[in-house]
Unconditional design. Structure first.
Length: 171
């Protein structure tokens, strides 16, 4: 039986304006607890967005939009004081933009400083980490319920893959 190091985990995903960490900003964030409790926020953004983002992300954003200060407050309230591990699909950009929202080097981060990702687990079992949806289907997860590149749906899928992989029964 596989066991994770900790069940103090928050699953999350972000969508952002572009891949340049110097100019990009979070547009939306989805967070899901093991229990299934969720938070989804779309953030105000008046700056430029990349062409790929215009085509694949912007049409999925419906509002209401919150200011960054409000997003930080609501995320901290949702996460609580337990400093959970932040677990995403591929954490490089999600973590970068999450940290950027809360300040560097660690600022006032609500999560533990060391991010975790599901792609490394998929890689570790000998599967292609770029094929999250295929791996989820192999685990018996109905992937039709998720819209790819929607922060909340992506966070839900990561949670579902994680709980299925570790045979965790959500509370």
């Amino acid at each position: 039986m596989r066991r994770p190091f900790s069940n103090n985990v928050i699953f999350y995903d972000t969508e952002f304006s572009n891949l340049d960490p110097h100019t990009g900003e979070i547009l939306s964030i989805g967070m899901v607890k093991i229990s299934g409790e969720e938070l989804y926020l779309e953030l105000e953004h008046a700056g430029p967005v990349g062409d790929w983002v215009k085509e694949h992300i912007i049409p999925k954003l419906k509002g209401p939009y919150v200011r960054r200060e409000e997003a930080r407050r609501r995320i901290k309230e949702f996460v609580g004081d337990g400093k959970p591990y932040a677990l995403s699909y591929v954490n490089a950009y999600d973590t970068l933009y999450f940290y950027k929202l809360f300040g560097f080097p660690r600022g006032d981060q609500p999560c533990y400083w060391l991010p975790v990702d599901i792609s490394s687990i998929i890689f570790g079992v000998g599967k292609d980490p770029a094929k999250l949806f295929e791996y989820a289907a192999e685990l018996g997860i109905d992937t039709k319920q998720y819209t790819q590149h929607h922060a909340l749906h992506d966070a839900r899928l990561v949670r579902d893959v994680y709980t299925k992989f570790f045979a965790i029964e959500p509370a």
